[in-house]
Design a protein around this ligand. Structure first.
Ligand SMILES: Nc1nc2c(c(=O)[nH]1)N[C@H]1C(S)=C(S)[C@@H](COP(=O)(O)O)O[C@H]1N2
Ligand SMILES: [Mo]
Length: 535
C-alpha cells in the first residue's frame, strides 16, 4: 500500500479580536496625533494662533467652577497647568481610542465623533478674546487630515482582519495576510512617528516664539539721545480719507522675507560681529547697543519687488545706532567697498560701504520701530535700516554679522538669484485715493497719494486727467529727504469714466519716467494710472 503524504491541513489562527480592538485603539491614537500635529504646524505658520489644545485648555480654565480651581491649585500649586494638560491628555487618549473603535465597528461614527470634537475645539478657540478670523483654521485643517488618516488606517486594518479570517488555507491567503498586515503596520508606524516628531517640533518652535514675545514685551527702550522729528498731524495730509498715513502703523507695515518661520531670538543672547576687512573685529551685545547714544529717524523702506502702484512700501520712525560709528570702531581696511550683512536665518544683503559710512545718511542698526521694540516679523531684536536703498540690499532683519568685504568677492542672497548687486530706490509715486475701478460721486474729489525718492527728496508731483496736461499737486511738508511725501490734488470730477495718472519729480529735477519696466532686476518704473467711474 502506498501512502500518499497529504499536506498538513493548515489552520490559520484568526486575528484575535482583542488584538483587532487594540489596533483599532492605536489607529485612534495615531489619528489624534496626526490631527494635533497638523494643527500645530498650521498654527505655527499663522504666527501661533488657533492652537486647539491651548484653546480648549483656556476654555476649560474659564468653565471650571472657582472652588474646583482653588482645590486644584491647593493640591498642585504652580503645577496646576501641568495637571490640566495631563487631564486633557487623558481625555484626548480616551476619545481617540473611542474614535478608532467606532470607525472600525460602526463606521462612520468614528469620523462623526472626531468631527464633533473638532467642532468643540473650533468653538473653544473661536471664543477666545484674542481670536482672529483665522483662528479656526488649524483645527479645521487638522481634523480634515485626521479624518483622511483615520479612514485609510481603518480600511487597512479591516483588510488585514479579513485576510486573516479562518478559511481553507492556501498559500495565497497566507501571503495576502502578510501583505495586509505589513501595509497596515507600516502606515500606522509612519503616521505615528512622523506626527509625533513634526508636532513636537512645531510646538517647541511656537513655545520659543511665545517666550521671545514675552522678552520683547518686557524691554524698555531708552529715549533717543537725538530725538526724531516730531510730526504734527496738521503738517500731514492724514485727514484725507483713503491716503496712506504719513507714518505706517507697525501692524500695517508690509513684510517681505524668506523666513518660513519668523526667527525667535532672545535679545539677551543676541550679538553682532563685525568681521572681514577690518583692523579690529568687534562684537556687540544688545545691552551694549542700548547703552550707546541712539538716534531716531523717519525712514521709508521700499521693496524692489514693488510693482508700479504697489504696496510694498512703508514709513516708520526707527530708533537705532549709526552704522558708520560702529564701522569706524572696526576700521575697515583699504580696498573694502561692501558690507555683507547676514541674518540669523542665513539671508544676506550687500550694501555699499560708502553708503553706510556716509556722514550725511543715517544708516542704522535699529532696535525700535514707531516707539516699540522691533516686532518679531520686522527683525527683533536688531535689524539694519538704510535710507535710499531697496530692502534686499540693505534692510537685513535679525542681523547677526557684518562682514566688511568687496563686491568682487561676495554676493548677497538676491544678487545670486539675478537681482542687481546695488539697489538704489527709484523715483516713483502712487495714487492711494480714489481706488482704481471704484465709482465716486461727481463734484470736488481729493486725488491723493504718496511719492518717494529716498535720500534725494521730492520737489513736485503732477496729476494728469484723461491724458491732459500735467497739473501740480499740493505737497505735504517734507520732514526729511528719506521719507515719502504725501500729495493731493483737488479734481472737479464730471460724470463718466476717467483715467488718472501721477508723476513725480525729484529734488535734482529728474522727472519720473513713463517707460514701463518690471521689478526685476533693479526695480519697476512707469507711471501709476487708475480708472475712476464718476456717477
Ligand atoms: N533676514 C532677512 N532680512 C530681510 C529680508 C529677508 O528675506 N530676510 N528681506 C529684505 C527685503 S527684500 C525687504 S523689502 C525688507 C522688508 O522689511 P520689512 O519686512 O520689515 O518690511 O527686509 C529685508 N530684510
Ligand atoms: Mo524686498
Amino acid at each position: 500500500m502506498t501512502t500518499t503524504l497529504a499536506p498538513p491541513t493548515p489552520t490559520t489562527p484568526a486575528l484575535p479580536s482583542q488584538r483587532v480592538g487594540l489596533f483599532a485603539g492605536l489607529v485612534g491614537v495615531v489619528t489624534a496625533l496626526v490631527t494635533l500635529a497638523v494643527a500645530e504646524v498650521v498654527s505655527l505658520f499663522l504666527g501661533g494662533i488657533g492652537n486647539p489644545i491651548l484653546g480648549v485648555g483656556s476654555l476649560f480654565i474659564d468653565l471650571v467652577p472657582a472652588w474646583l480651581k482653588s482645590a486644584v491649585i491647593a493640591v498642585f500649586g504652580t503645577n496646576d497647568k501641568i495637571f490640566l494638560f495631563f487631564v486633557l491628555g487623558v481625555v484626548v487618549v480616551a476619545l481617540a481610542v473611542l474614535v478608532g473603535q467606532l470607525q472600525l465597528r460602526k463606521p462612520p461614527y468614528g469620523v462623526v465623533v472626531l468631527g464633533a470634537v473638532g467642532l468643540i475645539a473650533v468653538i473653544a478657540v473661536g471664543t477666545r478674546s484674542d481670536a482672529s478670523a483665522l483662528a479656526p483654521a488649524p483645527t479645521v485643517v487638522g481634523v480634515v487630515v485626521g479624518i483622511l488618516v483615520l479612514r485609510a488606517l481603518t480600511t487597512r486594518l479591516q483588510a488585514w482582519r479579513d485576510a486573516a479570517a479562518p478559511k481553507p488555507r492556501s498559500v495565497a491567503a497566507a501571503s495576502g495576510k502578510q501583505i495586509e498586515r505589513r501595509s497596515f503596520l507600516t502606515m500606522l508606524g509612519v503616521a505615528g512617528v512622523a506626527s509625533a516628531v513634526v508636532g513636537t517640533g512645531a510646538r517647541m518652535m511656537s513655545a520659543a516664539t511665545t517666550a521671545v514675545q514675552e522678552i520683547r514685551g518686557a524691554i524698555k527702550l531708552p529715549a533717543a539721545a537725538s530725538a526724531g522729528p516730531v510730526v504734527e498731524t496738521a503738517n500731514t495730509l492724514d485727514t484725507i480719507s483713503g491716503i496712506s498715513p504719513f507714518v505706517t502703523p507697525n501692524v500695517d507695515f508690509y513684510r517681505i522675507d524668506t523666513a518660513l518661520q519668523v526667527p525667535s531670538i532672545d535679545s539677551s543672547t543676541w550679538s553682532l560681529k563685525i568681521t572681514g576687512m577690518v583692523e579690529e573685529e568687534i562684537e556687540i551685545s544688545f545691552d551694549d547697543l542700548l547703552a550707546l547714544p541712539l538716534q531716531e529717524e523717519l525712514i521709508t523702506l521700499t521693496c524692489v519687488s514693488q510693482e508700479v502702484g504697489g504696496d510694498l512700501i512703508g514709513n516708520a520712525l526707527w530708533l537705532g545706532y549709526p552704522l558708520r560709528e560702529l564701522l569706524a570702531r572696526a576700521k575697515p581696511t583699504a580696498g573694502a567697498d561692501m558690507v555683507l550683512s547676514t541674518s540669523q536665518d542665513g539671508f544676506t544683503a550687500s550694501t555699499p560701504l560708502s553708503v553706510l559710512q556716509d556722514t550725511d545718511r543715517n544708516a542704522m542698526l535699529a532696535v525700535g520701530m514707531n516707539g516699540e521694540p522691533l516686532p518679531l516679523e520686522h527683525g527683533f531684536p536688531v535689524r539694519m535700516v538704510v535710507p535710499g536703498l531697496y530692502g534686499y540690499v540693505s534692510a537685513t532683519k535679525w542681523v547677526v554679522s557684518l562682514k566688511v568685504t568687496t563686491f568682487a568677492d561676495d554676493e548677497g542672497y538676491w544678487t545670486s538669484r539675478g537681482w542687481t548687486a546695488k539697489g538704489p530706490i527709484k523715483l516713483s509715486s502712487r495714487i492711494d485715493t480714489p481706488r482704481s475701478g471704484y465709482s465716486i460721486d461727481p463734484g470736488t474729489v481729493a486725488i491723493a497719494g504718496v511719492a518717494w525718492a529716498q535720500h534725494t527728496g521730492i520737489s513736485a508731483v503732477d496729476v494728469s486727467i484723461d491724458g491732459g496736461s500735467w497739473q501740480p499737486a499740493t505737497l505735504a511738508e517734507a520732514v526729511n529727504v528719506d521719507t515719502w511725501l504725501q500729495w493731493s490734488y483737488n479734481w472737479d470730477a464730471t460724470s463718466g469714466s476717467h483715467e488718472v495718472r501721477v508723476r513725480s519729480t525729484d529734488s535734482n529735477g529728474l522727472v519720473q519716467t513713463s517707460d514701463e519696466l518690471p521689478p526685476a532686476p533693479d526695480g519697476s518704473t512707469g507711471l501709476h494710472t487708475i480708472t475712476v467711474l464718476v456717477n
